[in-house]
Ligand binder design. Structure first.
Ligand code: TYD
Length: 193
């Protein structure tokens, strides 16, 4: 079996850039959620564009996408012994749908069919700085990108990280530095396996 790594963080925390850097350092299988599968595409084309008005519906869609993504893409790659790095996973649902008012127990229950990653990394940044980054890249704010909301998302992420021992990295460090740190964590885990 390979190693399963999840990279989490609020919008604008630099997850994609860090994963791009990580690819230069290690042979990884990089993937993300919402996925490229049919449910992920439905989420991107509809749910994230103010399609749903009920955060429980969002939670169910993200959980369904995740289970389909895990079975179609992640499990086979892990089965080949690869290091799989997913940008967003269960903790995105806990933090975002939790901040939108969904009972976290409910989120955990509907996500209980997928395994917990071996390593979860949280890229932590102040929401003001993250939103400035999003604006600088000209990104149109999706439903979940408002500042007040991102403050709530960040606080759930940090609380969960403290409770569950996730690795919290300062997302204001250069992406290459953060990627090196993640590569070290992966190296340490792989040599123990
Ligand atoms: P993402 O694709 O990371 O954003 P970007 O468009 O910048 O690539 O994620 C899209 C949005 O979906 C993001 O605001 C977070 C949200 N999201 C949830 O609310 N719950 C989830 O479970 C996941 C995976 C994402």
């Amino acid at each position: 079996m390979g190693l399963f790594v999840a990279v989490e963080g609020i919008d604008g925390s630099g997850k994609s850039t860090v994963i791009e850097e990580l690819r230069r350092l290690l042979p990884i299988y990089a993937t993300k959620e919402p996925s490229d599968g049919p449910i992920g595409r439905l989420i991107k084309s509809w749910a994230l564009r103010r399609g749903t008005s009920d955060p429980y519906t969002d939670a169910l869609l993200f959980a369904a996408d995740r289970l389909e993504h895990y079975q179609r893409e992640i499990a086979p790659a892990l089965g080949e012994g690869r290091v799989v790095v997913t940008e967003r996973y269960v903790e995105s649902s806990v933090a975002y749908q939790g901040a939108a008012g969904v009972d976290i127990k409910f989120i955990e229950l509907i996500n209980s069919r997928v395994p917990t990653p071996d390593v979860t990394v949280l890229l932590d940044i102040e929401p003001e700085k993250a939103v400035a980054r999003i604006e600088a890249r000209g990104g149109d704010a999706e439903k979940y990108e408002r500042l007040e909301f991102l403050r709530a998302v960040r606080s759930i992420y940090l609380r969960r990280a403290a409770e569950r021992g996730y690795v919290v990295l300062d997302a204001e460090e250069p992406p290459a530095t953060i990627a090196r740190r993640i590569a070290e964590l992966i190296g340490a885990r792989s040599s123990r396996a």
